[in-house]
Design a protein around this ligand. Structure first.
Ligand SMILES: *Cc1c(COP(=O)(O)O)cnc(C)c1O
Length: 475
């Protein structure tokens, strides 16, 4: 069949509240043009993140009824542990309430000041937790990631040569372990190939450096390996995932992504001594090691979700959904990072709004206009998120790229929702020359994108001048 359909149907629905353009104009102004400050109920299509936003399946809800809420040794833990051990191949499984809790605990036991931790690209909370230990998080992305239009199949790969140079320059003794993010979220959700992982491991092993994988989207990465890497087509997603983790000493996982759960995560590894140390510190902040800050029903939902995410029907649909959105946007004149990832499509705001310099926040302009025109919430990943502000001199630096991420919650939206997003983006494209930049009005000292406020540079109606509507959208 040519048509790839959603491999599920709805049993329960969540109504969407519609707003008018003039209401959204007011909502935006009230929120200081910061979409993190907009109430979820005022959003029509919420593509802010794919984290913790999945729709759970009937099997997950059923399993939750079986949740055992005993403080110690609950049955839900053992089901969860056995599922993680089965899929990932590690014997020690430590539940935590989400990915960054895993990071804080793991780095707390394993990283000391002056250490260096390389990765293809560290996710922002991973980097922050490494730096909070006084260590250095080093990104070594492959060179292909720098060309937004290149169709390289594995733009998430780590640069092995750069790794060798790092080890030579700094000494292996400064690297307590290495990491790898699959798929490479901060690098546009691009996958890492099995051969790159094996080569990474080979080099690390010659220096006795262990490898830990940031596994948030391990199933999506395995699907890309199956579809794109030579010789992998006949293997199952499960066996590819198993092979990926056979090269690692352990993994950290945010179950809010490929765990198909709304909350949760874990650390899995084979080193019993290290696991014991992590559990000691887990008890201080997260809870007893058989629940780790989660309720028994959360553990059940994750155990079922990890099985469901390996379904090829599901992964094929998910890839098709991202590609559908990508194709529609590019056909409507909105340039996106190529090839599309699975968990998100990234608009290249710099290429889209060439007349707006980076210092005038083209990504934020696109994000605000998507909301204004269609009630769509996306996430700026550009100068607002990564630019630096010097509070003493007032100097501002800009980000490497100006992207707007349209993240796709798992099993939530249908093809007609995407048709709507594509149509709204088309309205932006038609009137893009009339859009002007934005400036920051207020910013906090750290993680400014969550709470900063903004203002349009030229205001006619309290917001960016509206792009004129094409006749077809006049209704
Ligand atoms: C989301 C994410 C994390 C952090 O997980 P949280 O559950 O949000 O704390 C770490 N690494 C990657 C790659 C992620 O996508």
């Amino acid at each position: 069949m040519k048509t790839i359909i959603e491999p599920f149907r709805s049993k329960m629905v969540e109504p969407i509240k519609f707003t008018t353009r003039s209401q959204r104009m007011q909502i935006l102004a009230d929120a200081g043009y910061n979409l993190f400050q907009v109430k979820a109920e005022d959003v029509i299509i919420d593509l802010l993140t794919d984290s913790g936003t999945a729709a759970m399946s009937s099997e997950q809800w059923a399993a939750m009824m079986r949740g055992d809420e005993s403080y110690a040794g609950c049955a839900s833990y053992y089901r969860f542990r056995d599922k993680v051990a089965d899929i990932f191949g590690f014997s020690q499984v430590i539940p935590v309430h989400q990915g960054r809790a895993a990071e804080r605990l793991f780095f707390g036991c394993f990283v000391k000041p002056g250490d260096i931790v390389p990765s293809n690209t560290h996710f922002d909370t991973t980097r922050a937790n490494i730096e909070a230990r006084g260590a250095q998080a080093v990104d070594l992305p492959c060179v292909e990631v720098q060309s937004p239009d290149s169709d390289h199949p594995f733009k998430g790969n780590i640069d092995i040569q750069a790794l060798q140079e790092l080890i030579k320059a700094e000494g292996a003794h400064r690297i307590p372990f290495a990491m790898l993010t699959i798929t490479n979220n901060a690098g546009g959700g691009q996958p890492v190939s099995l051969s790159n992982i094996a080569e990474y491991r080979r080099v690390l092993r010659t220096h006795n450096i262990p490898l830990y994988v940031d596994a948030a989207r391990f199933a999506e990465n395995a699907y890309f390996i199956q579809r794109r890497e030579a010789g992998q087509m006949t293997k199952s997603i499960r066996s590819i995932a198993r092979e990926v983790f056979s090269h690692a000493d352990g993994c950290l996982m945010s179950a809010k992504k490929d765990g198909m759960a709304n909350m949760g995560g874990f650390i899995a590894l084979n080193d019993e001594q290290l696991a014991a140390k992590i559990k000691e510190s887990l008890i201080l902040t997260e809870g007893f090691p058989t629940y780790g800050g989660l309720s028994g029903r959360d553990l059940e939902a994750i155990a079922v979700g990890l099985e469901e995410v390996l379904s090829e029907d599901y992964l094929q649909y998910r890839e098709a959904a991202a590609r559908y959105l990508y194709n529609g946007l590019t056909e409507n004149g909105v340039p996106c990072i190529s090839p599309p990832a699975m968990h998100a499509v990234y608009i290249n705001a710099q290429a889209f709004l060439r007349h707006i310099p980076q210092s005038q926040l083209p990504g934020q302009v696109v994000a605000c206009q998507l909301y204004l025109e269609g009630g769509i919430r996306a996430c700026e990943i550009g100068t607002v998120m990564f630019g630096q502000h010097d509070p003493d001199t007032g100097a501002e630096s800009v980000a490497r790229q100006e992207l707007v991420r349209l993240a796709i919650p798992r099993r939530v939206y249908t093809q007609s929702h995407f048709d709507y997003v594509i149509e709204v983006a088309g309205i932006l494209a038609q009137g893009k020359e009339e859009l002007s930049g934005m400036r920051i009005v207020y910013q906090p000292p750290a993680l400014r994108h969550f709470t900063a406020t903004f203002a349009p540079l030229t205001t006619t109606k309290g917001c960016n001048p509206a792009p004129r509507r094409p006749a077809s959208a006049a209704v």
